[in-house]
Ligand binder design. Sequence first.
Ligand code: GLA
Length: 382
Amino acid sequence: MKEIQVKKAFEETFGGTYRFFAAPGRINLIGEHTDYNEGFVLPAAIDKRIYLAIAPLKGSIIKIKSLDFDQSVEINIHEPAGEMPHWAKYPYGVVKEIQAAGYSIGGFQAVFGGDIPKGAGLSSSAALESVFAKALNVLYKLEINRMDLAKIGQRAEHNYAGVKCGIMDQFASLHGKAGHVMKLDCRSLEFEYFPLQLEGHELLLADTRVKHNLASSEYNRRRADCEEGVLLLQSKMHGVKSLRDVRSKDVYPYRDFLGEQIFLCCEYVTEENERVLYTTKALEEGNLKKVGELLYQSHEGLRAKYFVSCAELDLLVDVARKTEGVLGARMMGGGFGGCTINLIKSDAVEAFKQKSAKAFSESFGKEPVFYQVNLSEGAREF
Ligand code: GLA
């Protein structure tokens, strides 16, 4: 549906021919807040996307219309930019970062829109960066490889949206493969595809529909805490470049030295890294029960050590624990709202939805929204 609307809006707004691209949102099975610690993550691209119709223009003017916000911007990319709506910072950031990497591009006119719920932790912003990065790469024959496109998107997020994110979301949006999760080593950037064979189970997302507005500042603070932890541990251990280099059991002896806040943060990240490795092993063995247990442990760490959960997410995970047929659940993404991801038996889905909707509305006066997602291809031209 959205695809057709985006094409139609391009024809009505600009007319003429265009090329058509899409980039997906992502889920993350496990490995939260590990990417910026050079650790491991296990994301997958999903079948919710941002669609982009785009045509090159002579000169240096870019014209972008957001269908969903019903707003347009027109910017000269060779002049200092003035105020712009928040959504425009992502494509504009991508353009500026492509230029900063030494490539030359011209103007364009574009319309985009999508069906990735915003603020749900499904990385609609990374999808927006990725779809523009992919399209400009093709349009201007830049021949930038996919990983470098992901880095351009990440830098756009750092320098234009102000979030010091890791590489996971942009990586996933550009590299997704149908039916597969991807184990990414965020240090070497090597990755492997793992088929996700769920036989009789599914991944169900439960969206709290809350986005606490502290999210970006708290995210940046966690990142700073990890960096401080690394500095402190370096004075005690050899060969530590990031928390990736530390085993969880080696953190505990430094509890007092690190202080409670930094200690818990380092303990969480080192444990979560290990959980990603246990999860890929469990997937290889077809042991979904074990995968589920690891998801619950991940949530517990995010809640009680990393402090990025919230009451709404905790309630959904509690209900999951008490529902027969749910193997595992945890909050997903940066935190402070968004979705939980649930590994659940297909025949338990309806019961879980009803139970959690009831408990959620009793506590918060509204209902969560559920999404069943399929793992899908990364950014591409149609
Ligand atoms: C956000 C960031 C990612 C990652 C997750 C937490 O989605 O964009 O880089 O850090 O939070 O795992």
